[in-house]
Write a protein of this length. Structure first.
Length: 203
């Protein structure tokens, strides 16, 4: 898989806003493709990427007509509680990768997962709950769930590289969630890094 060239964006602060979302969404996007669940309930989504020194910038626009989550605090198992958007990021030469969850209620789950440990540690061993690993905003308008996030990423510098995967649990009443991802996973396992999108950061 050839690397995706990610453009650099000006950024005045580490706090995401909807102006950044609009800027990112003017770029070519990565579609989220169906993976599992009731296919007739699949709704499309698209994600956009950018970078600024030391940070990956992410925006996503997801169709959703029944957005819901029972999350009431950070660090819950958000994928068991309703809709969730997940960001997987592995910067080049980092000894771990990040798994970052966003709920429509504005809650987060942050996992820092060692890259060289087999089998993969349990979720509870990887949770980071003492500091925010990223900043994000979320909103729901006109049948769309939109997210914008800024994630510290040491690899985000000119000619740096990383791998990323952007995935979704689309929950709904009385049905299994529909899973989709920017990665074309051969099996239902979001952690298959060799199937994530390789990135190169261009100035």
């Amino acid at each position: 898989m050839s690397a995706l060239a990610v453009p650099k964006f000006p950024r005045s602060s580490s706090t995401p806003d909807w102006t950044l979302f609009e800027l990112l969404s003017q770029q070519a996007g990565l579609p989220l493709c169906y993976l599992a669940g009731p296919r007739e309930k699949f709704l499309s989504g698209i994600a956009f990427l950018g970078w600024n020194e030391g940070h990956l910038l992410v925006a996503a626009s997801l169709q959703d007509t029944d957005l819901a989550s029972e999350a009431i605090r950070d660090s819950q198992h958000l994928w068991e509680l309703g809709d969730v958007f997940e960001i997987f990021l592995h910067g080049a030469d980092e000894p771990y990768y990040l798994e970052l969850h966003v709920s429509p209620t504005g809650h987060r789950l942050q996992l820092q997962i060692p890259d060289s440990v087999t089998p993969r540690p349990a979720v509870g061993e990887c949770i980071v709950d003492d500091e925010p690993l990223f900043e994000f905003l979320t909103r729901h308008t006109d049948g769309l769930w939109e997210i914008v996030a800024i994630i510290p990423c040491p690899a985000a510098s000119a000619d740096g590289s990383a791998r990323v995967s952007l995935s979704r649990y689309d929950a709904g009443p009385d049905r299994a969630p529909v899973l989709s991802s920017t990665s074309r996973h051969a099996e239902i396992n979001f952690h298959r890094q060799h199937e994530w999108t390789p990135l190169v950061f261009v100035d």
